[in-house]
Design a protein around this ligand. Structure first.
Ligand SMILES: Nc1nc2c(ncn2[C@@H]2O[C@H](COP(=O)(O)OP(=O)(O)OP(=O)(O)O)[C@@H](O)[C@H]2O)c(=O)[nH]1
Ligand SMILES: [Mg+2]
Length: 253
């Protein structure tokens, strides 16, 4: 029987870093069923961030970056000996379990659950991306750029929707460049660059060094030690080499 499991030994190339990207299945429908606020719902993002933190504690990745319904996880140490089927299935199901628990525990969303009737269960898909250091930095920069594009698009869409209705709004936005979307919003007195950072740049979880002050009763002296703690950053800078260096994600040359 084992012989039929032809992909079970497929592994990530040795010595490679990987990014695992998980993405919510049909979250546009889930957003409607949960009555999420448009274009951004902070409670939804809080739940996504809480699941990212759960995953960070369980698997110690170097970085997790989330925006919209996707989560990008950078791993240097590969669990499951880098077996692709294991990585994809475990990470997708871990996030699914954690996020579902968040929804059920939320006073606001647990009330909406009976309305999920045609959306039977929350699930996420997953893929593994082997990548080198430069590719990894380019990947996260590109993702953050996508988050910014999403931000412009969704603000513009919900603004035009009020003026013109669904179809016309979609039509008017077709092929618009970032600058045009920015100007379209600016004309309506919406200063998109003042939107909260987490909407424009997404949210990340990484390790932050903290200083702990204590007392050694044997030596009878104050002691200072350092610990690493997962930190959820809602106020991200733009991803660049400096960011990856300062968080210990790439080594100092
Ligand atoms: N209202 C609202 N919707 C959100 C928010 N964050 C994510 N979403 C929804 O999540 C969707 C994510 O996009 P996609 O992943 O492309 O769409 P999907 O419906 O999940 O489709 P598949 O991933 O292909 O299954 C967005 O289109 C929104 O509908 C939010 O803060 N508020
Ligand atoms: Mg999705």
């Amino acid at each position: 029987m084992k012989d039929s499991e032809i992909y079970s030994n497929l592994r990530v190339p040795q010595g490679s870093r990987i990014i695992i990207r998980v993405d919510g299945r049909n979250f546009s429908k889930l957003a409607l069923r949960l009555d999420l606020e448009n274009p951004y719902d902070m409670d939804f993002v809080r739940m996504m961030a809480a699941s990212c933190k759960d995953l960070f504690i369980e698997f110690s990745p170097s970085l997790i970056y989330t925006f919209s319904d996707e989560i990008n996880i950078l791993l240097d140490e590969l669990p499951f000996s880098g077996r692709v089927e294991k990585l994809n299935s475990v990470f997708a199901s871990f996030i699914t379990g954690s996020f579902t628990r968040e929804v059920y525990q939320s006073e606001r969303f647990s009330k909406q659950l009976e309305k999920l009737n045609d959306y039977k269960s929350i699930s996420f898909d997953s893929r593994v991306i082997p990548i080198d250091t430069d590719g990894m930095m380019a990947y996260f920069k590109e993702k953050q750029n996508e988050a910014w594009g999403n931000c412009l698009n969704s603000y513009a869409y919900w603004t035009l929707l009020k003026e013109y209705g669904k179809e016309m709004a979609a039509q008017l936005l077709k092929g618009k460049k970032k600058q045009e979307l920015h100007d379209l919003l600016f004309k309506r007195d919406i200063h998109i660059t003042d939107a909260p950072t987490w909407q424009r740049r997404g949210v990340a979880v990484y390790r932050e060094k903290i200083t702990v002050e204590g007392y050694n009763p044997i030596k009878q002296e104050d002691v200072v030690s350092h610990r690493w703690k997962p930190y959820v950053d809602w106020d991200l800078p733009l991803f660049n080499r400096e960011f990856f260096l300062s968080k210990g994600i790439i080594p100092d040359e």
